[in-house]
Design a protein around this ligand. Structure first.
Ligand SMILES: Nc1ncnc2c1ncn2[C@@H]1O[C@H](COP(=O)(O)OP(=O)(O)OP(=O)(O)O)[C@@H](O)[C@H]1O
Ligand SMILES: [Mg+2]
Length: 717
């Protein structure tokens, strides 16, 4: 329902009057229906309305938008809002318009006549728009800056709000180079107050934002980052027989709750979701690898609570940022998420806080569960080290690995989890205030026992590594105190090529600038919009890097070997098979996939690796032994063969068909060589994904499960 502009009549009063609490609360109640200001909202509003710069740090969902929306209603003129994503701007503008507040956004995705209308309004003597949302890219254009200067000269620009201001900082988790250029705003529009808003609490981000925007004597406001309604806990994968089963049981014990599970890789999302579905938990995978139709169906089902659990990839690269943003704007629509589970260790405390913070936005009791595993830690450290190495020495000195250490401390330390989260943001937190709302405070003995067991298990599994876990209960950890589960110098085994959303260097906004936006977009349309943008992005990326992307690099091969090794280790342990060397076997299986699919390209290779991993998960002892027996034959000649790096080759025969020449050991040189004289070996067939799903379906139906489950699995497929 539209509201009359009644309270805005205050606009002609002096700044002192409009900044009065009473008048501001009146505006808040009238336009937004909230009884009073929350946290530091009032202070922030009063500061900017009286012309002072302000840096406002509030947790996600803390109510940052009000801090610039109320000033737009309290004073004449325009509030310029810089926002990183068109979808986010769209969402806010739509909500404001529904409240009868004159808000617009400007972007290249709009129809020319819509943009022209907004420009005409801005050029008119008395613009009707109160809040104008723009991207940092638009600010960087000369034409728009000229327009802003004209507005300013006419005394019509009353505030510049930089939302998601951490994007300006290379220390922030969503760094956007175009945000850096916002420093020109202060140079050109010297006396307009600037309000920087973020939920990113790292002190270095704060300093960087204040410096980059040249804020003058800003009022720095920080709200507590404590989320008292979230119970924090860590579960240790290395101490659990099967993490999938553990998660299933936990979800089942909570009843029909709404949950988000974050995984690092798409394949884990698919596998885990399939597993949950097969045990009767309605769930669906959500990641950039799904087609747009499936993705919007999945989200729709989840938002409408048709699906209980969504298994999504975490944001990693810049495209991940968009997927993440998608989740951000969905936050307003989904407040009843009761559990957020990190199935793989997150890359930093920042990410963990943001992601787990999606639980309990309705302030009701909720849960954050992090599954921590030594292998996951290794993988993440490798990825972060890799991304550090990719950066030029001249770029920011940000060290993702040191951010990662905080989350490792969170998992490996025995003290209060909540305290660790808050202290990582520079916030002091007395342990007593946790009131047993984390596993370490609620069950300290149990957590201590787990950590002890973990130390033993880790040192047994990684016997070349140092292992020491902090047991300090006062949380005063330092570099030397927390555990080293593996030797930091040993080469990591996985690559970010396996990470679902790892495309880097892409300009998100550019990629979003394509489809035409309708004025009144619902969630569906927004999803379509983002997905189309993603397709467009992938399309252009494909063209540029097609050949490059098709190549199977050594790092990818290494990561595949590691993936097979992880699965194989689990399977061999489960089946009690001791006679197979998992390292050699995983190399053997990987080279099989490489041999078959290296020429066909990366995605075939990928799917073959994924099929093999799935096959491992279902293979019987006999099947495993049969398949790996060909490997045993290769190893027969005793003595350490010197491995040649060449994979086995497909030898073309005269009739045009090919057969695979297996490697064998040359007895004189003791080298593993490839020779066409070897007879071709018949290997058991690896099931494709659909075969795998169908087999499971058959298995379920023969096991007498209710006839509905298989069709659910088929749908998912
Ligand atoms: N004073 C208030 N009283 C009650 N609810 C409020 C108040 N201020 C804001 N809210 C509500 O809090 C929710 C979150 O607000 P908002 O989106 O501005 O948060 P945010 O800090 O920008 O979060 P994010 O970091 O996710 O962008 C909204 O539903 C909003 O209506
Ligand atoms: Mg916000």
């Amino acid at each position: 329902m539209k509201k009359s502009p009644l309270p805005v009549q205050n606009v002609n009063r002096s700044d002192k009057n409009v900044a009065g609490k009473e008048a501001l609360v009146k505006l808040l109640r009238w336009h937004f229906g909230h009884g009073d200001f929350r946290g530091k909202q009032l202070e922030a509003i009063q500061a900017v309305v009286s012309g002072r710069d302000c840096f406002c740090l509030m947790p996600t969902g803390g109510g940052k938008s009000i801090c610039y929306q109320i000033p737009a209603l309290a004073k004449p003129g325009i509030v310029l809002v810089v926002s990183p994503l068109i979808a986010l701007m769209e969402n806010q503008v739509m909500a404001l318009k529904e409240k009868g507040i004159a808000a617009e956004y400007l972007s290249s995705t709009q129809a020319t006549h819509v943009r022209n209308k907004i420009h005409e309004d801005l050029d008119s003597g008395k613009p009707s728009v109160r809040l104008l949302y723009v991207t940092p890219e638009l600010i960087a254009t000369k034409g728009f800056m000229l327009k802003l200067r004209k507005l300013h000269d006419r005394g019509l620009l009353n505030l510049i709000a930089i939302d998601e201001a951490h994007c300006i900082s290379s220390w922030g988790h969503d760094f956007r180079p175009s945000y850096r250029q916002l420093s020109t705003l202060r140079d050109s529009l010297t006396d307009v107050p600037v309000l920087a808003l973020t939920a990113t609490a790292a002190p270095k981000v704060q300093k960087d934002v204040i410096d980059s925007l040249s804020l003058r004597n800003p009022l720095v406001l920080k709200s507590s980052f404590n989320r008292p309604n979230i119970f924090y806990e860590v579960r240790y994968k290395d101490l659990i027989d099967n993490a999938y089963t553990d998660l299933c049981n936990m979800l089942k014990s909570c009843g029909k709750i709404c949950a988000i599970i974050y995984c690092l890789e798409r394949t884990t999302c698919d596998d885990l979701s399939l597993h949950l579905t097969s045990t009767g938990i309605s769930s669906a995978a959500y990641h950039a690898g799904l087609n747009s139709h499936l993705r919007s169906t999945v989200l729709d089902d989840w938002l409408s609570s048709k699906k209980q659990v969504i298994v999504a990839t975490v944001a990693f690269g810049s495209w991940g940022h968009v997927i993440n943003a998608l989740m951000v704007f969905l936050q307003n629509d989904k407040k009843d998420v009761r559990m957020v589970c990190h199935f793989n260790v997150p890359k930093s405390m920042e990410s963990f806080y943001q992601e787990s913070g999606r639980a309990g936005r309705d302030q009701l009791p909720s849960r954050s569960v992090l599954y921590y595993g030594v292998d996951d830690r290794k993988k993440m450290e490798f990825l972060l080290r890799n991304s550090e190495n990719k950066k030029s020495p001249s770029s920011s000195s940000k060290k993702p690995t040191s951010d990662f250490e905080q989350i490792v401390r969170y998992c490996e330390g025995s003290g209060c989890r909540r305290k660790k989260i808050l202290e990582s943001f520079g916030e002091e937190f007395p342990v007593q205030q946790c009131k047993k709302t984390c596993d370490a405070c609620k069950h300290p003995n149990q957590v201590a026992r787990s950590l002890e067991e973990l130390t033993t298990t880790a040192s047994r599994r990684h016997n070349s590594s140092r292992v020491f876990i902090t047991s300090s209960s006062d949380n005063k950890t330092n570099e030397g105190q927390y555990s080293e589960f593996w030797n930091r110098n040993e080469d990591g085994s996985n690559s970010d090529e396996e990470i679902s959303d790892s495309d880097d260097g892409a300009d998100v906004v550019k990629s979003l600038a394509g489809p035409k936006l309708s004025r009144k977009l619902g969630v569906d349309e927004k999803l379509v919009l983002l997905e189309r943008a993603e397709e467009k992005y992938n399309e252009s990326n494909k063209q540029v890097k097609k050949s490059e992307k098709n190549a199977i690099s050594e790092t990818l091969r290494e990561s595949s070997k590691q993936r097979l090794l992880n699965e194989l280790t689990k399977v061999l342990q489960l089946l009690g098979v001791k006679e197979i060397d998992s390292q050699n076997a995983s190399e053997f299986l990987e080279s099989e996939c490489y041999r078959k699919y290296s020429k066909a390209g990366k995605s075939f290779y990928y799917s073959q690796i994924a099929s093999t991993v799935r096959w491992l998960g279902t293979a019987s002892r006999d099947e495993l032994m049969t398949r790996l027996s060909s490997m045993a034959r290769e190893e027969e000649p005793s003595g350490e063969p010197i491995l040649v790096t060449e994979p086995s080759q497909n030898i073309e025969q005269e009739d045009g068909t090919t057969y695979t020449a297996e490697p064998h050991v040359d007895e004189t040189t003791q080298q593993l060589v490839i020779s066409p004289s070897c007879s071709p070996i018949r290997l058991p067939e690896i099931p494709s994904f659909s075969e795998f799903v169908n087999r499971r379906k058959m298995k379920h139906s023969t096991e007498g499960s209710d006839g509905k489950k298989p069709s659910k699995i088929m749908k998912l497929k």
